[in-house]
Design a protein around this ligand. Structure first.
Ligand SMILES: [Mg+2]
Length: 284
């Protein structure tokens, strides 16, 4: 791999994933990842532009920012690209009235949206509300529409909480796609339009921007497809080698660093290491 000075040269803007980079979510709001509060503060004192790009769809943007500020992070609502506000814009633009399969924590984001006589389904990380009954209701709404529209807030496979890995909205979106024979529209990473709106809000061209995330597919792969560079942190959901030591099976599942399709522009232990490198080599 080329030297860091080459890989990071010309970076002017940094897009930061939140969960798994700044903190691990979980019981009581979760915990900051060691070193991340200080690393973000250093990054924000630099000349680099910073924006946050999250797929969080269990909490409203205001609640998420409040939680992070309480942990000591220097972050404000206006700096965060989040899927719920982006979805509301789309719903209004297209005159869509959603049936909402979402977590109660983001219901307030949709307060201004007409949900009567639904002509689409919006699905987000509903957590415990992903019951058979609620999934089936969303399925029925879609099947009754002539032109079924399914909007998915992100399409993540899983994420990490302090208690372990958690199944994400993507698995449920796939179930509805399969049952209804349709394809969901994704508002969130890795959809190119979502990264592009974050870049626009940051005021930086894709070739001058770098994404830092813990998801090799959603963060790294998605950003690279938009012409950005991307670093993967070895925190959050990052997968190390898993050794199988069953009696008759010896082998290992490759880590994210050996993903068959996506190769990050660099792998770092955590946000603190990423910021050290950026402050040293970007902007040259
Ligand atoms: Mg993440």
């Amino acid at each position: 791999m080329a030297a860091w000075s080459e890989r990071l040269a010309g970076v002017r803007g940094v897009l930061l994933d939140i969960s798994g980079v700044l903190h691990d979510s979980g019981e009581g709001g979760g915990v900051p990842i060691p070193g991340s509060v200080e690393a973000l503060a250093r990054l924000k004192r630099s000349q680099l532009k910073v924006r946050f790009c999250t797929n969080e769809s269990q909490k409203s943007r205001g609640d998420l920012v409040g939680l992070l500020r309480h942990m000591g992070f220097d972050i404000s609502e206006g700096e965060v690209t989040a899927p719920a506000p982006a979805t509301c814009l789309i719903l209004k633009e297209r005159g869509l009235r959603p049936h909402l399969l979402i977590h109660d924590g983001i219901r307030s984001e949709f307060a201004q949206i007409d949900t009567s006589n639904p002509n689409c389904v919006v699905i987000a990380d509903a957590g415990e509300s992903f019951s058979y009954q609620n999934m089936n209701k969303a399925f029925q709404v879609l099947m009754e529409l002539d032109n079924p529209v399914l909007i998915s807030l992100g399409k993540g496979r899983y994420y990490k909480e302090t208690s372990g890995l958690m199944l994400d909205v993507g698995a449920y979106t796939k179930a509805l796609e399969y049952a209804c024979g349709i394809k969901a529209e994704v508002v969130g990473k890795p959809a190119p339009g979502y990264f592009q709106s974050a870049l626009q809000e940051m005021g930086v061209e894709s070739h001058e921007a770098i994404m830092i995330g813990d998801d090799i597919v959603g963060d790294v792969g998605g950003a690279q497809r938009c012409g950005m560079r991307a670093l993967q942190v070895r925190t959050g959901k990052f997968r190390f080698y898993i050794y199988l030591t069953l009696t008759c099976v010896h082998g290992m599942r490759p880590s994210d660093e050996h993903h068959p399709e996506v190769k990050a522009d660099g792998y770092v232990d955590n946000l603190a290491e990423a910021v050290d490198l950026l402050l040293k080599y970007a902007h040259q």
